[in-house]
Design a protein around this ligand. Sequence first.
Ligand code: AMP
Ligand code: MG
Length: 320
Amino acid sequence: MSIISTDISKAVTILSNDELVAIPTETVYGLAGNIFSEKAIKRIFETKKRPFFNPLIVHIPSVELLPTIVRYIPEKAQLLADAFWPGPVTLVLPKNSNIPDLITAGKDTVAVRIPNHPVALELLNALNFPLAAPSANPFGSISPTTAQHVNDYFKNDIKMVLEGGPCERGIESTIIGFNGDEPIIYRLGSTSIEAIEAIVGPIEIKNKKEIAPDAPGMLDRHYAPKTETILVDNLSEAIKNHSDKRIGILAINTSSEHEAIAFQIILSEATDLQEAASKLYDALHQLDKQDLDLIIAERFPDVGLGKSINDRLQRATVKA
Ligand code: AMP
Ligand code: MG
């Protein structure tokens, strides 16, 4: 049975009834609920098995609504909003008193963005409340980039997945907080550090070990297949070292030949990082279905979106 539908008015009805709808965005599919409905927000945490200390991102349809969510907008936040919205940049700003504690995990700040997806924007414009929409996957598992991925996870838990096609960007938004008026990157994502620095100048990254960790165990397991996954610089060497196993390969741009390889995916023959990012999670979903002993992923060049892709792959390798 499928709960996938293109019916936006049906989504409006369900959401207005304090229930959840999975929605398309340009980054990944989100599990959406009315930010002002305690029932809906609790259901988001329950459905995802997400811990309550992990705050949610508020999605709005236009920048004019930002002052209804936050009480202060630093100059550089305004510059970033003007440059990237609608788009995959999330701003963490001092919250208005009407924003429920459940959304912010009790913090005094709230994360907010405008998604760049026509279906999401049409839906948000048809509602008279913003949506909280964390990725529509069980906590820690691979994020969904198609309606089918969400259907596979949650067909028994929610009423509807709003169909919006495969996500064009394919990894989560870049999250930017502020120390006073100075921006700080909290999470790498679909908007590259370089693109952000072109707008606001050199920017601090809060947790450098999250980007280039000395030991993968220092990271939170997240975005992770069930199959054991490793991230390597040298594919052919890794294949040789694991030739006694049934291997799956996630390669940047070239195919490998070895009898131990049962399945392989090339993310971008043209080495286009945006193409690779958009295909990343679907590739992990496919690899995870092949009954492999091991997934070997090739590390990307550490520039632009390559940094964000490596961040996700790194977290996918952390053992459960
Ligand atoms: P997700 O919605 O699953 O893409 O994840 C939302 C992420 O946004 C959380 O895991 C936090 O890292 C971040 N976030 C949301 N709200 C805040 C906040 N008020 N302060 C800091 N980080 C936040
Ligand atoms: Mg998530």
